[in-house]
Design a protein around this ligand. Structure first.
Ligand SMILES: Nc1ncnc2c1ncn2[C@@H]1O[C@H](COP(=O)(O)OP(=O)(O)O)[C@@H](O)[C@H]1O
Ligand SMILES: [Mg+2]
Length: 223
């Protein structure tokens, strides 16, 4: 269960205070698939990053399975994130000096998995990249890089998966392949999935659509 209560994110930009998230409260039950939509600049990435503990809010509470992550020290948060959260970025964020296999193995190794490389190879097989294990990110297409990133996000079987515009840098066909993959892996694993997207077709896969506007929840509807 993800429980966000009265979340505020305020920054100063050019000497002016800016409220990026303005009293956002949201409960996402275990295993739900929710899409977060809204215009560019409405605070979607900020909200997702806070749920992942990548940043601290100005005020408010974020409970992940009862753990108040806003109070965790940075190293505890890093460990918690490694074990509980998979994150997929729009721009892939693979480590350029590591092969596809090594990129997927990193979180497993950090979590002490003695069979990290074997499990990473299995995951790359599952995402259709078994013949790309030794390729570096630069040698892979955008769609292939995102499939590596999907494999990496699932590697430690996280109960929570967060994806920020995962098809935003891909053409339509490749984007659909990546999303089909993401959804089918998620069906097998049963993670809670929070998906930020501009794409109505993608959002229509979700059980629930939350719309942000100007840092507030404008609507929250099951479908
Ligand atoms: N570090 C920052 N400093 C100042 N403003 C920021 C920062 N990060 C995001 N913003 C602003 O916050 C707003 C929301 O950003 P973001 O969460 O990235 O929106 P979205 O993902 O919905 O496009 C935007 O107006 C953006 O310019
Ligand atoms: Mg964004």
């Amino acid at each position: 269960m993800i429980s966000v209560k009265h979340l505020f994110m305020c920054l100063t930009a050019g000497g002016h205070p800016v409220t990026i998230l303005n009293n956002v409260s949201l409960e996402i039950p275990e295993k739900q698939m929710v899409a977060i939509v809204g215009p560019s600049g409405s605070g979607k990435s900020t909200l997702l990053g806070l749920i992942a503990g990548l940043d601290k809010p100005t005020a408010g509470s974020i409970l992940l399975d009862g753990v108040e992550i806003t109070r965790l020290a940075e190293n505890d948060m890093a460990r918690y994130r490694r074990q509980k959260i998979g994150y997929i970025f729009q721009s892939f964020h693979l480590i350029p000096t590591l092969t596809a296999l090594e990129n997927v193995a990193v979180p497993l190794e950090l979590n002490g998995d003695l069979n990290a490389k074997t499990r990473a190879a299995e995951l790359l097989w599952a995402v259709g990249l078994v013949d790309r294990l030794d390729h570096y990110p630069v040698q892979l297409s955008g769609g292939e890089q995102q499939r590596v990133a999907v494999a990496r996000a699932f590697s430690c079987r996280p109960p929570i998966l967060l994806a920020d515009e995962p098809t935003g840098n891909l053409d339509t066909t490749t984007g659909h392949q990546v999303i089909d993959l993401l959804l089918s892996l998620n069906r097998d694993q049963g993670s809670t999935l929070v998906l930020v997207t501009h794409d109505p077709a993608l959002a229509s896969n979700a059980e629930r659509i939350v719309t942000l506007r100007d840092g507030r929840i404008e609507s929250d509807q099951p479908q």
